[in-house]
Design a binder for this molecule. Sequence first.
Ligand code: PMV
Length: 328
Amino acid sequence: MLKKATAWAPVNVALVKYWGKRDEKLRLPANSSLSICLQYLGTKTTVEFKPKLQKDSVILDGKVLGKREYSRVVEHLNRVRLLAGSKLKAKVVSENNFSKSVGLSSSASGFAALSLAASEAVGLKLSSKDLSRLARLGSGSACRSIGDGWVEWRAGDSDKNSFGETLFSQSHWDVRVLVVLLSQKEKKVSTTDGHKLAPTSLFYKKRLEFVEKTLISIKGVVGERNFSRFGELVEDEALNMHAIMLTSKPNLIYWLPETVRVMRAVREWRNEGLKSYFTVNTGQNVFVFCMPKDEGEIVEKLKGLEGVIEVRRDQVGRGARLVKKHLF
Ligand code: PMV
C-alpha cells in the first residue's frame, strides 16, 4: 500500500575505515569496517510516491539538487521501484540537522534515511539486513546507519552478503563523541572518487593484509570497554587510512591546517593526563572520543582552538527508524 513515510537516520563514525572497493557498481568494500551511530546528528527524509508526478522531485535542505546528486537519488529510487515492481515517481524532501557547507559527510545518513522512507512509502517491508544492503548501493557507509549502536559491516563478496549489523547496542558503552567542525574553504575530492584511487597507493595491499586484524582487535577492546586501548587503535587506524590517501596517485591531502591542529592538541592534552582520541575521515572535521567525565573540559579546550567553528556533543545512538512527523 502506498503512503507518505518519513525516516530519520544517524551519521555514523567509522572506527575501522572503509577505503577502496572490490566492486564499484555494487559498492562492495575491499575490507570490513566498524562504526558507531551518533545519537543526534543525522538526516530526516520524507518520501511519497504519487501517480500524477512526471518525474522525481528532490529537495535537500530547502534546495533543488545539482545534476550529479539528483541522478544519484533517482538511481536509488529506481532500485526501490524495481524491488516493488512500481513505476511511480516520488516526491522526496530531506533535511540534515547539520550544515552541509561545513563538510560533514551526509551521504551515509542521507541514503540510510532515503532507503527506509522510500521502501516504506512504496509498501515494501524490508528486513534490517535487506535495508542495509539497499542503503549500501546508495553510499557504501550508509549500510552502517541502519542498525543500532556499534555496527560491523562484513565486506562479503556479493550483493547478498555485504551489509551492516549491530555488534553491540548503543547502551553497551557510553563513549562520548565530539564533532569538531572546522572552517572550510577548499573543495574536497568526493569519497566516491577517492575510493577509486586507493589501489594506486604502494601501501594499499599491506593495509588490506592487516586491516581485518585491526578490526578483531578493536572489537575486542570495545567488548572489554578498554578506553585507552580503544583510542590508541582507533587513532592508528585513521592515520593508516590517511597514509593510503596521502600516497595514492594523484595524492589526496584531505587535512586542513586546522585538522592537524586539533589532532596535535588532543595528543598534547593526553600527555597532560586528559584522555581523548581522534579520528578523521575527509579532513574538514575531526571526531574526538572521550569518557563522559572529561567531556565538558575537552569541549571548552576544543572551542578555544583557532579554526574551530563549532563543537557538537554527541554519543552512541540508535540506527535508522520511522518517525511520525512528515516534512511535507
Ligand atoms: O560511503 P562513502 O563512499 O562516503 O565512504 C566513506 C569513507 C570514509 O568516511 C572515509 C570511511 C568510512 O568508513 O566511513
